[in-house]
Design a protein around this ligand. Structure first.
Ligand code: GSH
Length: 201
């Protein structure tokens, strides 16, 4: 299998952490591609018409995208139990919350990177940050008991989202006022899978 990836994408990191946690990292060749909304890599478009990473190219089946599909596939392949049936809707909603933080955090970077400076909208950027901020508040209040439990895909998604905030949006100081979530993340970030995929190292 080949994983199409690029730089410090938090969505790719979800897949990389899942590969580590399920003992499948050695089964996947990592292929760097350019993921740009304006000038996508032909190799990436051939694998995923939407032109986004991650995409998982398989020899024995169709290419898989996006990160939710790939992670679910890898979990099933390893029988790892990262989507426990007993709390599946909570796990999927928590995963969607982490992914939603990533979506908004990445779009802020795209607004700054790809738009001509005079067209950059601060209202739009703050609107995206509002999504991140509300999701962080929800995690810090409603989701701490789930996060304190056995690791599932919700934990991995949230951890990758928080790691991306540290990497790209450090100045926003997301930890302030969210001490429970910050404490959980500081402990989760010490896992071997997180250390091995840290975009800052
Ligand atoms: N929902 C997708 C997933 O979970 O995989 C989101 C993936 C995504 O947004 N990836 C970004 C990308 O490929 C990189 S972090 N952007 C290129 C583009 O938007 O054209």
């Amino acid at each position: 299998m080949k994983l199409l990836q690029a730089g410090p994408s938090p969505f790719v990191r979800k897949v990389l952490v899942t590969l580590h946690e399920t003992g499948q990292d050695g089964d996947v060749e990592k292929v760097e591609v350019v993921a740009s909304p304006m000038a996508p890599d032909p190799a990436l478009i051939a694998a995923n018409p939407v032109g986004k990473i991650p995409a998982l190219v398989r020899a024995d089946g169709p290419t898989l995208y996006d990160s939710r599909v790939i992670c679910r596939f890898l979990d099933a392949r390893a029988g790892a139990g990262l989507y426990p049936e007993s709390r599946i809707w909570d796990t999927l909603t928590l995963e969607a919350t982490g992914d939603g933080i990533m979506d908004a955090a990445v779009l802020i970077i795209y607004e700054e990177r790809f738009r001509p400076r005079e067209q950059v909208s601060m209202d739009w950027i703050e609107g995206q940050w509002g999504k991140v901020s509300r999701a962080l508040d929800a995690l810090n209040t409603r989701w701490m008991s789930h996060l304190a439990g056995r690791m599932d895909m919700g934990h991995i998604s949230v951890a990758c989202a928080l790691g991306y905030l540290d990497f790209r949006h450090d100045a926003r100081k997301w930890r302030v006022g969210r001490e429970a979530l910050a404490g959980w993340y500081d402990s989760f970030a010490k896992r071997e899978s997180m250390v091995a995929t840290d975009p800052t190292s």
